[in-house]
Design a protein around this ligand. Structure first.
Ligand SMILES: NC(=O)C1=CN([C@@H]2O[C@H](COP(=O)(O)OP(=O)(O)OC[C@H]3O[C@@H](n4cnc5c(N)ncnc54)[C@H](O)[C@@H]3O)[C@@H](O)[C@H]2O)[C@@H](O)CC1
Ligand SMILES: [K+]
Length: 532
């Protein structure tokens, strides 16, 4: 699973379109679409295993996304597949693509009654009531300028179209790509549901139709693909939940866009093994414990001594030379980790510290937290610390600050609901970083790290649902604080910690539940895996 290549990057639609325009001016007309279609056809062939004789259905929308699907379908038809295009908007379809498919022997049916498909209302049954989808939302009517989608009632779907979808081995989702807004329209939703129910493999072209490319939001019905073949660059939505869950395995097809994209700012970055390897603080011959960094941990309380132990456990595995625990759980910490330095007074009097972690299990100890926030070294604030902290004091800090909320804590900081944060993680993390003048690591299904000055948001690629276990956040804050003390900047410390933490959970879990202590114990394995 180890990848040897570097940073994965994602660009917003505006940048991708700009780069595409620049490239299109230099290459023959239609060349980019042919590159895209060729890559798509190869990926479909690999998923099918055997192309000759395979039953392939293309769901074709009104734009170039449908064009990609049609040209790829033509390539598959020339290799012997039985390819049928279902036109969702027969009045607006990519002409060249349609001609190519027909020329290669592909069939074409209309999705709506009155086209080439036989007419018949309500075939397939049962779907009408839930055609609005879970997201019920705002996006559904948006973009109703797309002729044929907003207007057609669900009952208008042609029986012939549903029947071919039901028999397909592979369904290619060319409904919408980067030109899409809002969720699937009812007609498309009906066909997609039929595909999903049939058990066919579903491959999305560029993006799963219905998701938001730039934010990862899903505002209505959206395709759930087994794989997505994306062109030129990843789009943020392919890397951020909830859209990411819809994409399946994502494959990037090079259409020659990289040189043009260099003129644009990245929207997202996902560190890979080699990037993390380069960032890990590895001691040299001259290192002593102070040069390697001392991390101070202000965590735990009489009620929650375990949070102190777990934060120290994370900190001991993060590369700092020493861990100094400050608080009332010193006995519990020493019993488990005799190598920790402990002190039960105010942090300001605790001795030398290069970075502080404050908050896990802290209870209501606002005084100790204030001491830490006033310190002129990097500070990580988590959990209870996020609830107690004086926001103006955070904004006034001059040394780096790293806030590590989960969605619920982020919601409280922003004054919105947890569901709103979960639905729009990228917006939430950017907004928090701007508002608090701090680097923010938003934990969850896709952990994101945003710096206060803007720039690319980091997305952690190693996350796993095994991390959804009590205390795992305490380990993460200790680990990230330790990396801060070892000299990493806040954005790097947060992203490297999230990477190691996710990897450690995977290595510890191996398919079975693990506790936070197991995750901490597996962090050295993750280091070795990265350095290996
Ligand atoms: N621009 C380029 O150079 C390339 C573009 N390519 C493909 O072109 C796509 C973009 O094509 P387009 O700009 O034509 O846009 P799309 O094909 O993504 O969308 C077409 C139209 O669908 C309508 N629409 C919007 N939301 C909808 C919804 N929820 N349901 C139904 N219809 C909706 C709109 O009228 C929109 O203009 C990319 O995603 C990619 O697949 C590739 O061929 C590679 C090269
Ligand atoms: K698509």
């Amino acid at each position: 699973m180890r990848e040897t290549w570097g940073m994965r990057t994602a660009y917003c639609v505006e940048s991708v379109r700009g780069a595409e325009r620049a490239l299109m001016a230099r290459v023959p007309e239609g060349a980019l679409m042919q590159r895209a279609a060729a890559g798509l056809a190869v990926a479909c062939g690999q998923l099918l295993g055997r192309v000759y004789g395979a039953r392939v259905v293309l769901l074709v929308g009104s734009g170039d996304n449908g064009g990609d699907a049609l040209y790829a379908g033509a390539r598959l038809a020339r290799r012997g597949a039985g390819v049928t295009a279902v036109l969702l908007d027969p009045g607006r379809v990519h002409g060249g693509g349609l001609a190519a498919l027909r020329g290669a022997g592909g069939r074409v049916v209309d999705a709506v009654v009155g086209g080439e498909g036989r007419s018949g209302a309500g075939a397939g049954g049962g779907g009408d009531a839930d055609s609005g989808g879970a997201g019920s939302g705002s996006g559904r009517g948006a973009g109703s300028g797309a002729a044929g989608f907003g207007s057609g009632s669900v009952g208008d779907v042609a029986e012939g179209a549903l029947a071919v979808v039901g028999r397909a081995q592979l369904v290619v989702d060319g409904i919408v790509g980067i030109g899409g807004t809002g969720g699937l329209r009812p007609l498309a939703g009906r066909l997609v549901r039929a595909a999903q129910e049939s058990g066919a493999l579903i491959v999305s072209v560029d993006l799963p139709s219905g998701v938001d490319a730039d934010t990862g939001q899903v505002r209505g019905d959206a395709v759930r693909a087994d794989a997505t073949v994306t062109f030129g660059a990843y789009k943020p939505g392919l890397l951020i939940d909830p859209a990411r869950e819809h994409a399946g395995a994502v494959r990037l097809v090079d259409i020659g866009l990289d040189a043009e994209l260099a003129a644009y700012d990245r929207d997202l970055e996902a560190l890979q093994y080699v990037d993390v390897d380069r960032l890990l603080p590895v001691p040299t011959a001259e290192s002593d414990k102070y040069r390697r960094g001392v991390v101070g941990i202000v965590a735990g309380s009489a009620r929650y001594p375990g949070a102190a132990v777990l934060a120290v456990a994370g900190a001991l595995r993060g590369g700092a030379g020493a861990v100094r625990y400050v608080g009332p759980a010193a006995d519990a910490v020493i019993a488990r980790f005799p190598e920790a330095l402990v002190f039960d007074g105010p942090p300001a009097k605790a001795g030398r510290v290069q970075a502080w972690v404050a908050g896990p299990g802290l209870g209501d100890d606002a005084a100790r937290l204030r001491d830490v926030v006033d310190a002129e070294v990097p500070v990580l604030i988590d959990a209870d610390g996020l609830r107690l902290v004086d926001h103006a004091a955070v904004r006034a800090r001059t040394a780096p600050t790293l806030l590590t909320p989960h969605a619920g804590e982020a919601a409280a900081l922003l004054g919105v609901s947890r569901a709103e944060v979960e639905a729009a993680r990228l917006d939430a993390v950017r907004e928090l970083a701007a508002r608090y003048g701090a680097t923010v690591l938003l934990k969850g299904s896709t952990t994101l790290i945003a710096a206060p000055g803007g720039g690319a948001v980091r997305v952690n690629p190693t996350g796993t649902s095994w991390l959804a276990t009590a205390g795992s956040g305490d380990v993460l804050s200790g680990l990230a604080g330790s990396l801060l003390a070892a000299g990493l900047g806040a954005r790097d410390a947060g992203s490297v910690a999230a990477f190691l933490h996710g990897l450690a959970a995977r290595l510890a879990a191996e398919g079975a539940p693990v506790g936070a202590q197991d995750v901490a114990d597996a962090v050295p394995l993750a280091w070795r895996d990265v350095r290996g």
